[in-house]
Design a protein around this ligand. Sequence first.
Ligand code: ATP
Length: 227
Amino acid sequence: MIGVFGGTFDPIHFGHLRPALDCLEALRLEELRFVPLNQAVHRAQPSAPAALRLAMLEAAIAGQPGFVADPRELERSGPSYSYDTLLSLRAELGARVALCLLIGADAFAGFLAWHRPLDILDLAHLVVMQRPETPLHLDSELAALSQDRRALNRADLVAAPGGRILFQPVTQIAVSATCIRRLLAQGRSVRYLLPDGVLDLIQQNGLYCVTHPHPESNYTNHTRIFR
Ligand code: ATP
């Protein structure tokens, strides 16, 4: 069984990493692919350039068996639809392997507004990670779908390539990329909210702050948009 974890990762932080590790272990995934998006569909565009978001991701997961950085959305132009990503993973991995799309509970609440949500469920299971400070409020249609497709445990997922929805308890870590960007814009420290390797890249490249990027930064196309 393969996990897929899409996100802006702007930047990646412990609120992504620890719940992802919880899922890797609880579901005994062969691997968990982190897929940074290129062009956001339902939210503001990322602040940091794609190459740097990928570099931060690679630094964050270095040395963790089973964690893999998958740049396929960055290599594709146009909106980063999860449906297209899962389709290309299916083409690569075959029809039989179980795929688990990991999403935070806040993202799941808007799932039916995604591009081709029911086709996504044909391609993969959903694993919904409870997010701190976000009580799960589902509208009636999504609540009915969750009930209808509900998986109770790993065995329910392994039994089919996709189509089920599992609510997975994960470590509650109240960190968001928004809060990290805000702290940096205020000149405050973000140490202990994300891995040191990610912090080093943020500092070396002057990311998310109001000062200019480090003169030796290898990365260009650096936008200065704060949300
Ligand atoms: P932003 O604050 O910019 O919206 P974010 O911290 O929510 O970013 P994303 O890259 O947008 O991070 O999130 C990718 C996925 O990770 C989403 O499904 C989101 O729900 C989930 N996620 C993010 N932070 C946490 C957290 N602290 N706990 C559990 N899931 C999380």
